[in-house]
Design a protein around this ligand. Structure first.
Ligand code: SIN
Length: 539
C-alpha cells in the first residue's frame, strides 16, 4: 500500500461551517482539513437556507433568545451553553461580515431579519433570501484559501481514528476518486476535530446530503467516546415533495413570511392546534403534518396570498426547485412532507468541545453540546457551529503540542487493509436500512415500530456483514438511535412515542451511550422480546 502521510498539528474532519471555523481560528498552527467531496460541496452548511439566529434587533435581546431556546428545548437544554451561544451571536455575525459575507439589510442599514417557528422575534440573519448557507460558506472558503496554515485534502473519506492505549495518533482514509488506485492517506496528529455533520442520510427522506450518515459518530464510538441524546432526530416539517432525493428544503422562513399549511381540502389544519399556528415549534408542526398524511391527506404550503409575486425574490432557491417541478408558488400550492433534517444527539462534549477521549474534539451537528435539548430552535445550529468552532480552536491552542513524526504503526495499516478488503456494492442494504429507519424510527415511534426497526437492522447486519464500511457505520449509528428511543419511554421534543404520549419528569435527563453499553443494552432488549413474533415479521 502506498500511503500519503501528513503530519499537521491538528486534523479536522469535515469542511462545513464548523470545521472551517475551527481551522481559521487555529492560525498559525498547521491544520489539515479533510473533506469527502470538493470543498463546499455536499455539506449541509451550504444547503442551509434561512440563516443564523441572532438577537440583533433593538427590540430583541439575548435573554429573550435564551428563553425561546430553553422553552423549545423542553427542559433538556444546558442553560450555560445556550447562554454562551446567544451571547456570542452578534459577534459571529460581525466576524462573518468582516470576512466579506453579505447579509440582507434594510435601506437604513439594519438587518432584514426573518422569522421562524417558536422565535418570539424576527431574528434570523440571512443572505440573498434563502441562500444563506451558500453565502456564508463562500466567505469562509475564500478566507481558508488565503490561509497558509491550512491544507485542504479534498475527496478523502476517513475510515478510522488511529488510537492505541488511550492515545490518538491521527486518522486514516482514502481518496474517494476511484481513478487514484491504492492511494491511501494517513494524517497523523494528536488532536482530531470531528466536524462531520449529521446523520439524515440514514433516513429515506432527508434534507441532508446522502454523505451525512453519522460517520463522525461511528468513528468516535469505535474508539470508545461517549454519545448522548441519540434518540433526538429533528424532522423538518416542510421538505418539498417533488420526488427528489435528497428532499429539497422549503425553509421555515416561508411560513415566517406568512405562508399557511393546508390539506387538499384547503383546511388550515394548524388552526386551533397551537396559538402560533404555522409558527408553532417544529415538532408540533411535523407531528400534525404526519397525522394529516396518516389519515390519507396531502399537505401543502400555500404562499399565494401572503407572499405571492414576491416569492421569487424572497426565496430564490426554493423558487428554482419549484420551477424545475413546473410549479409557480405565487399561483400553485406546494406539496410538502416532513423529512429528517437535524440530529440533536451525537458525540458528547463539554463546554469546550472536548469529548470523553483525550485529543478528540467535536463541534457542529456531530457534537452534542447540550444546547438544543430535546428540540432545536430553528437557525440555532449555524450559530452553535460558529460559536463552538471558535471555542474548540481556542481550547486546542491551549494544549501542549507534540512534535509529529511519521510513526504510523503497522498494526493500523494491517487493520485498515483488512477493513477495506471486501469492497463490493452494498446499496441494496443501505436502502433497506434507510427505509426501515424512516418507517419505524421516523417522526412518531412506538415500542413495536422501534423493535421492527431493530429486527430489520439485525437481519441487514447478518446478510450484509462486511460489505461496506459505510453500511457498518450506518448500522452502528442506527442501533444507538434505537436504544435511545427504546429507553426514553416518554414523548419529549422531537422524540414522539405514540405509546408514551406525555412528558415524564423521570426523563428530565440525557441518555448516554457508548460502544460498550450498546451491546449490553441490545442484549437485554433481545432477551425481553422474541424477534420472530408474528407482529414484528409483518410490517
Ligand atoms: C430552515 O431554513 O427552515 C432551516 C433552518 C434550520 O433548520 O435551522
Amino acid at each position: 500500500m502506498t500511503e500519503q502521510i501528513y503530519t499537521p498539528d491538528v486534523v479536522i474532519v469535515g469542511g462545513g461551517v464548523a470545521g472551517l471555523t475551527v481551522a481559521l481560528n487555529l492560525a498559525p498552527r498547521k491544520v489539515c482539513v479533510i473533506t469527502k467531496s470538493s470543498l463546499g460541496v455536499n455539506t449541509s452548511s451550504s444547503w442551509s437556507q434561512a440563516g443564523i439566529a441572532a438577537s440583533v434587533d433593538k427590540n430583541d435581546s439575548n435573554e429573550i433568545h435564551l428563553n425561546d431556546t430553553l422553552k423549545t428545548a423542553k427542559g433538556l437544554a444546558n442553560e450555560s451553553v445556550v447562554r454562551k451561544i446567544v451571547s456570542e451571536s452578534a459577534n459571529v455575525i460581525r466576524d462573518l461580515e468582516n470576512i466579506g459575507v453579505q447579509f440582507d439589510k434594510n435601506p437604513d442599514g439594519s438587518f432584514n431579519l426573518g422569522l421562524e417557528g417558536a422565535h418570539s422575534h424576527k431574528r434570523i440573519v440571512g443572505s440573498k433570501g434563502d441562500s444563506s448557507g451558500i453565502e456564508i460558506m463562500r466567505g469562509l472558503i475564500n478566507e481558508v484559501k488565503q490561509s497558509p496554515h491550512i491544507t485542504i485534502l479534498e475527496n478523502v473519506s476517513i475510515d478510522s481514528i488511529m488510537h492505541e492505549d488511550n492515545t490518538i495518533y491521527g486518522v486514516i482514509g482514502r481518496f474517494t476518486d476511484k481513478n487514484i488506485p491504492n492511494n491511501h492517506v494517513v494524517i497523523q496528529s494528536s488532536h482530531i476535530v470531528l466536524a462531520t455533520g449529521g446523520l439524515g442520510g440514514i433516513f429515506a427522506n432527508t434534507t441532508n446530503p446522502r454523505s451525512s450518515y453519522g460517520e463522525g459518530i461511528a468513528l468516535a464510538a469505535q474508539i470508545g467516546a461517549t454519545l448522548t441524546d441519540m434518540e433526538f432526530v429533528q424532522f423538518h416539517p416542510t421538505g418539498l415533495d417533488f420526488g427528489l432525493d435528497p428532499t429539497p428544503l422549503a425553509t421555515e422562513a416561508i411560513r415566517g413570511a406568512g405562508a399557511h399549511l393546508v390539506n387538499q381540502n384547503n383546511e388550515r389544519f394548524m388552526l386551533g392546534v397551537h396559538p402560533e399556528v404555522e409558527l408553532a415549534p417544529r415538532d408540533i408542526i411535523a407531528q400534525n403534518i404526519f397525522q394529516q398524511i396518516d389519515k390519507g391527506n396531502s399537505v401543502f404550503l400555500d404562499c399565494r396570498n401572503n407572499i405571492g409575486e414576491h416569492f421569487e425574490t424572497q426565496f430564490p432557491q426554493v423558487h428554482s426547485y419549484c420551477v424545475k417541478a413546473e410549479l409557480d408558488p405565487s399561483k400553485d400550492l406546494m406539496p410538502i412532507i416532513p423529512v429528517a433534517h437535524y440530529h440533536i444527539g451525537g458525540v458528547k462534549t463539554d463546554l469546550t468541545g472536548r469529548t470523553s477521549v483525550e485529543g478528540l474534539w467535536c463541534c457542529g451537528e456531530v457534537a452534542a453540546t447540550g444546547v438544543h435539548g430535546a428540540n432545536r430552535l430553528a437557525s440555532n445550529s449555524l450559530l452553535e457551529a460558529l460559536v463552538f468552532g471558535k471555542i474548540v480552536a481556542v481550547e486546542i491552542n491551549k494544549q501542549p503540542f507534540k512534535q509529529q513524526v511519521e510513526v504510523v504503526s503497522s498494526s493500523f495499516i494491517k487493520t485498515y487493509k483488512e477493513k477495506t478488503r471486501s469492497k463490493i456494492r452494498a446499496k441494496k442494504f443501505i436502502w433497506q436500512l434507510r427505509s426501515t429507519m424512516m418507517r419505524n424510527l421516523g417522526i412518531v415511534r412506538n415500542q413495536d415500530s422501534i423493535i421492527r426497526g431493530l429486527r430489520d437492522l439485525i437481519r441487514i447486519e447478518r446478510e450484509a456483514r462486511g460489505l461496506s464500511a459505510k453500511l457498518n457505520d450506518m448500522i452502528l449509528v442506527s442501533k444507538f438511535i434505537i436504544v435511545g428511543a427504546l429507553k426514553r419511554t416518554e414523548s419529549r421534543g422531537c422524540h414522539l412515542r405514540f405509546d408514551y404520549p406525555n412528558e415524564d419528569n423521570n426523563f428530565l435527563k440525557h441518555i448516554d451511550q457508548s460502544q460498550e453499553t450498546l451491546q449490553k443494552d441490545l442484549n437485554s432488549f433481545l432477551l425481553e422480546i422474541d424477534l420472530t413474533e408474528e407482529k414484528f415479521v409483518a410490517n
